[in-house]
Design a protein around this ligand. Structure first.
Ligand SMILES: [Zn+2]
Ligand SMILES: [Zn+2]
Length: 118
């Protein structure tokens, strides 16, 4: 529980773990967000090239971490999944989705986020 950690004064919390995350009885996820509590978690495990028996690539690994972190934090700001596969809020089924979309919001999601801030 967040309150047990004495973290009542926070804006957002992002957990970063290096274990494979699953939605119970479903499939793996790169991350999850709790919109009401404004907390999210991402898993590093599947973001490494080595997970798929490919040679290490730290640049790709870092970019994927940033993309997944921004995506989950986007959910904590109330953003939903976007149909634009070049938008960070696009739902990633695979790492190639993550690599394709990158860490930037599309203009539509940016507008939604701007409205939510006010
Ligand atoms: Zn999502
Ligand atoms: Zn979008």
């Amino acid at each position: 529980m967040i309150h047990d950690l004495g973290l009542s004064e926070y804006d957002r919390i992002l957990g970063i773990v290096d274990i494979d995350l699953y939605v119970p009885e479903l499939t793996f996820v790169f991350g999850e967000a709790d919109i009401a509590k404004k907390v999210a978690v991402i898993s590093l495990t599947r973001l490494r090239q080595e997970f798929d028996d490919l040679p290490e690539n730290l640049t790709l690994f870092r970019n994927r971490i940033i993309t997944e972190a921004v995506h989950e934090l986007g959910h904590t700001y109330g953003l939903r999944h976007c149909t634009n596969n070049n938008c960070v809020m696009f739902f990633s089924n695979t790492l190639s989705d993550t690599d394709q979309k990158g860490a930037v919001l599309c203009s539509n999601c940016k507008k939604i986020l701007e409205k939510k801030k006010h």
